[in-house]
Design a protein around this ligand. Structure first.
Ligand SMILES: Cc1ncc(COP(=O)(O)O)c(C=O)c1O
Length: 583
């Protein structure tokens, strides 16, 4: 269409004075729908440009400013009345609405800020953000080929790349992008139940098949076993090793032997790799051997081995790293961390499926999770519902026939794929190794303060957990007693309260833009029980657990100076709490 015709087309759509009101409103609206033609006066590019500039104004303009967006950190929602709302009679304008949207970002955590280190949610990279935004413009629906055409390459190729990282045959493997690490868990459970209880898809789940995971496994196990109808009581929690927090294979064997003797089928065993706070990797290879030793009773399918690797998967990118020549020049202190993480994750090879969260260790926006399976033929045929009458297969790839969702957005697959393409091996290695460089620095600084102790010293992951005690306490000795000796239970609980109060104080300071040494205080988090004490391995005593302040230096803008400041803020918060809280 030439330019003149294009102009005419748009003019026709928006001009006629004798139009009825509905048509006028409709014409007015046209200004706020992207033009179908290139070169036309398009509101979209301008709108995005303007919105991003305005959003940018919410960012701080100097180092040390608060780690939230905008000036007002208050929660301004009127929760009592917010729902007492109804649709406006009049039309608004898209510009006005976008302004209102931008206001909602006021006070939100600024995930790109160097003082933000509250969780495994690193700032996303630009390639992933832009790719995700682009999918909102033309709305590819990755349920089937017709609705997304070549966009399916992102999902298909991601599956191949991730399978290759795991050491699987890429062409025989597959993946589906889904709604989070929890979605991956649910996918695995459905796969397992379908495999193990062959009639369950039609007759329902009529057998109490068990799902086995460690005590440290993520609570999404509850979502999945509940929503699939298996029932939360069918989860068996395996004890974890006191030192490594990994699944205790002796206890696992006891459970498997018992189920085997009683002819109770196992739907799946889940190895968490790694756990959210303790970076524990369950020993997949050993678990596989035990599964082979105790197969399901006759009449049931083979149990599934799933790796909940939504956090740890990225360590697979060290697959070809030469630890001897160390081409990226990681420090000697960091190399063993990387080596350990890679050696722990590589057991993923023995799994039937694993989960990947690009929005965690893939530096991509929410939600970009992938459920990856080794045997595409099995997974896709087991869950197949056959061809639907109202959709035609226009491409050889039609996941709608076996996915949980019907429509699926391509935002996740584009973000994940863009990151894989952008980072490559080197990018992942540099960004992950860089986090560890900061973490090791932090750990060394903690060691210099006798009132603080790093409580996950042998953990090679991205998080550092610490406890700080009242002035003059020998933190190492105190923590050792609290961890191992039940006669120190009262002190443990008292110091847990202190840790809790410090965590709350730091949150209050972050929200109120408290200044310490001319810089705002960090956005951290804390755990009210990242592990049990040694005398409470069964977790029967809900209070004999270790509270800790958490720091996830995931952000690429973090430097050693930032880590020094964070520790100073923690000390200041401890002093403030001790002064006012009567602890
Ligand atoms: C080990 C593990 N599994 C599953 C999940 C759930 O993932 P999502 O929040 O993406 O649903 C998390 C989230 O932190 C996790 O750490």
């Amino acid at each position: 269409m030439n330019k003149e015709i294009k102009k005419q087309f748009i003019a026709n759509s928006s001009q006629n004075q004798s139009e009825p009101p509905w048509a006028k409103y409709r014409s007015e609206m046209l200004k706020s729908f992207p033009s179908p033609y290139s070169g036309a006066n398009d509101s979209l590019a301008d709108g995005i440009h303007e919105a991003i500039r305005e959003l940018d104004n919410l960012k701080p303009d100097k180092v040390g400013a608060p780690a939230f967006l905008g000036k007002n950190s208050a929660l301004t929602i009127d929760f009592e009345n917010v729902k007492a709302s109804s649709l406006n009679p009049q039309m608004s304008s898209s510009g006005q609405v976008i302004k209102e949207v931008i206001k909602l970002f006021e006070g939100m955590p600024n995930w790109g800020h160097p003082l933000t280190m509250n969780n495994v949610n690193p700032q996303a990279n630009t390639a992933a953000i832009v790719s995700a935004i682009l999918t909102e413009i033309f709305a590819p629906n990755i349920l089937e080929g017709e609705a997304c055409w070549n966009i399916h390459q992102a999902e298909l190729e991601s599956g191949g790349i991730l399978a290759d990282l795991a050491g699987w045959e890429p062409k025989k493997s597959g993946c589906v992008y889904t709604y989070g690490g929890s979605g991956c868990w649910t996918y695995h459970l459905k796969y397992a139940l379908t495999r193990v209880l062959p009639d369950s898809r039609y007759k329902g789940i009529r057998t109490d098949a068990k799902v086995i995971c460690s005590q440290q496994a993520h609570y999404t196990m509850l979502n999945s076993s509940d929503w699939t109808g298996l029932g939360m009581d069918n989860i068996i929690r395996i004890r974890t090793d006191v030192e490594t927090n990994a699944m205790d294979t002796n206890h696992l064997e006891e459970v498997l032997r018992d189920c085997h003797a009683k002819k109770i089928p196992i739907a799946s065993i889940v190895c968490t790799m790694a756990t959210t706070d303790a970076n524990a990797f369950d020993p997949v290879e050993d678990v596989r051997k035990l599964m082979d030793k105790y197969p399901n009773p006759e009449g049931y399918g083979k149990a599934l081995l799933y790796c909940d690797s939504v956090i740890g998967w990225a360590w697979m990118t060290f697959k070809n790293y030469n630890f001897k020549t160390n081409p990226l020049g990681f420090s000697n202190a960091v190399l063993p961390y990387i080596d350990k993480n890679y050696n722990a994750i590589k057991g993923i090879f023995y799994a039937d499926a694993f989960g990947v969260d690009f929005h965690k260790t893939g530096f991509s926006p929410y939600i970009s999770s992938v459920f990856v399976y080794k045997n595409a033929e099995e997974f896709e045929s087991l869950l197949s519902r056959g061809v639907q009458a109202y959709l035609q297969a226009r491409s050889p790839y039609n996941p709608m026939n076996y996915t949980l969702e019907v429509s699926r957005t391509a935002t996740g697959s584009m973000a994940g794929w863009a990151t894989l393409k952008f980072f490559g091996y080197e990018g992942f290695q540099s960004v992950l190794g860089g986090i560890l460089e900061n973490k090791v620095y932090l750990k060394n600084q903690i060691q210099k303060n006798s009132e603080m102790v790093c409580v996950n010293p042998s953990d090679y992951g991205l998080v550092t957990l610490l406890r700080i005690y009242p002035k003059g306490t020998d933190a190492h000795l105190q923590f050792d007693n609290e961890l191992k000796d039940s006669s120190h239970r009262d002190n443990l609980i008292k110091n847990n309260k202190l840790t809790h109060a410090i965590g709350e104080k730091l949150f209050e300071w972050y929200r109120s833009s408290k200044i310490i040494n001319e810089h705002c205080t960090p956005y951290l988090s804390f755990s009210t029980g990242f592990r049990a004490t040694e005398y409470n391995r069964d977790m029967e005593d809900s209070e004999a657990v270790i509270y800790a302040i958490k720091m996830f230096p995931m952000n690429v803008y973090i430097t050693p100076e930032v880590m020094d400041h964070v520790l100073q803020c923690i000390v200041a918060a401890r002093d403030e709490v001790m002064l006012h809280n009567n602890l």
